[in-house]
Design a protein around this ligand. Sequence first.
Ligand SMILES: Nc1ncnc2c1ncn2[C@@H]1O[C@H](COP(=O)(O)OP(=O)(O)OP(=O)(O)O)[C@@H](O)[C@H]1O
Length: 241
Amino acid sequence: MPDVSPPPPLLAARGLSFSRNDTPVFGPLDLDVARGEALLVRGGNGAGKTTLLRVLAGLLRTDAGTIEVGGRGASPATRARAIAYLGHLPAFKADLGALENLAFLCGLHGLRAARDPERALALVGLAGYEETPARQLSAGQKKRLSLARMWLSPAPLWLLDEPYANLDLEGVDLVNRLVRAHLEDGGAALVTTHGAYAAPPVRTRTLTLGDAAEPPSAGAPTAMAAGGSHAAAAPGRRDAG
Ligand SMILES: Nc1ncnc2c1ncn2[C@@H]1O[C@H](COP(=O)(O)OP(=O)(O)OP(=O)(O)O)[C@@H](O)[C@H]1O
């Protein structure tokens, strides 16, 4: 008889919590993100969004709880294969050109089939900046270069920390188009935002951290239009410090 059990979520966390100096930052929280889904992580300044993404990426150690990637314990090797992380500080070599930076990072993290750095630069609006050293790029251009790196990555799970920051309106639309195409390709994404920008119109759930957190919801993901708002996946709280 064929195995009809559904595939495990790309990312699953149970009872995840994190504290600093005995002050809880978030959790305990549960979340699942399947292929084809986005999880929008909302919350005000200091609510714990970056901390959550860093915990999921393995850059910070959780106090309690479990994280699985593709149904397996999230070892460093599993994470390295499955996760591409866009953080606040772009990981570029200041003196290398935009194209060289992308080629260098593809050498480190791999390259998705049928994609190349030159096409990535054009896609994010940086055609003509191939030779420009990263240090000469504006904040928004650096963010676009980071988005090019995500597009080139073979990893299916994107962790995007404030991807809309520093971008003009066309850049905001670019983020949403890239996320949408990634999900349609079978990938998944966690996207943090202060709430100023809407998530892409795809299968998106919302997790709210901080005081405004709503009770846990076991509901299925909903198709949403940009600007919609949805049930939180788990409780969180705002850190006092
Ligand atoms: N390196 C650190 N050492 C001590 N406390 C920290 C550190 N980084 C963050 N915090 C604290 O942890 C809490 C959560 O911070 P975090 O950066 O996760 O919030 P955030 O929701 O991403 O905020 P923002 O929207 O402002 O980026 C805050 O109270 C912050 O002051």
